[in-house]
Design a protein around this ligand. Structure first.
Ligand code: PGA
Length: 254
């Protein structure tokens, strides 16, 4: 059976002490309240990762991730952080290709394919993000856009590598806007993604792939979204900054 995961994406929020405070609340509430088999991931800014990993020791449900990694192994890339460095502090996941990286930092599928390879080489799990803009949906191009993101971003992987990947469907029009995709809209795309994976690899690989939904997920809509057959959890932005809201979303899997 594929994993159920609720991952938080803190983006560029919370200073060092604020981050440790929120994380401490999250891990304690998860220990006391999360009764299902769900896994919890917190993708923090780089400066928090080492401390969060130390704090999470003994909390078997909780892992820590980064939000980006450079494609190169090392070198003269001022301001960048490598996958090897991220691995060395004990993180387990790295978000790759978030729409904000695509939009504000010019990251395209070709670059994201390289980042995915580097992250996998260091035995980290990419959380690979895909999703259409509002313009693309209104032009009825969303299926094509998502297929292209899969083909160019991750379908070069062989099946054992692909098995280490988590996918996140995040319609750009739903991110940080308060407008959530309906559970039917999200399920339709998740089912499409799983069919594309089955066509490229096989049904077993498709059935084992965790596909998260992201975009204005909150404690009120999480249960209905997560109840869809092809939605295996969420990638949570704004609501992951508030421990109570984040843990209530996690509990949608209890
Ligand atoms: P949001 O962000 O939950 O604040 O919409 C989701 C994301 O960007 O991963």
């Amino acid at each position: 059976m594929r994993k159920k995961i609720v991952a938080g994406n803190w983006k560029m929020n919370l200073d060092y002490n604020e981050g440790l405070g929120v994380f401490s609340e999250i891990i304690n509430m998860v220990k006391d309240e999360a009764t299902g088999t769900q896994e919890v991931v917190v993708c923090s800014p780089f400066i928090h990762i080492h401390s969060l990993v130390q704090m999470a020791k003994g909390y078997h449900k909780v892992a820590v991730g980064a939000q980006n990694a450079h494609q190169a192994e090392s070198g003269a890339y001022t301001g960048e952080t490598s996958a090897k460095m991220i691995k060395s502090v004990g993180a387990a996941y790295v978000i790759i290709g978030h729409s904000e990286r695509r939009q504000y930092f010019g990251e395209n599928n070709e670059l994201l394919a390289k980042k995915t390879d580097t992250v996998l080489k260091h035995d980290l799990h990419p959380i690979f993000c895909i999703g259409e803009t509002l313009q693309e949906r209104e032009a009825n191009q969303h299926f094509d856009v998502i297929r292209t993101q899969l083909v160019e971003g991750v379908f070069h992987l062989d099946a054992p590598q692909f098995a280490k990947l988590v996918l996140a469907y995040e319609p750009v029009w739903a991110i940080g806007t308060g407008v959530t995709a309906s559970s039917a809209q999200a399920q339709e795309i998740h089912e499409f993604i799983r069919k594309e994976i089955a066509a490229k690899y096989n049904q077993e690989v498709a059935d084992n792939t965790t596909i998260l939904y992201g975009g204005s997920c909150n404690p009120k809509n999480a249960a209905e979204l997560f109840a869809q057959p092809d939605i295996d959890g969420g990638l949570i932005g704004g609501a992951s900054l508030k421990s109570r809201d984040f843990v209530d979303i996690i509990k949608a899997f209890n």
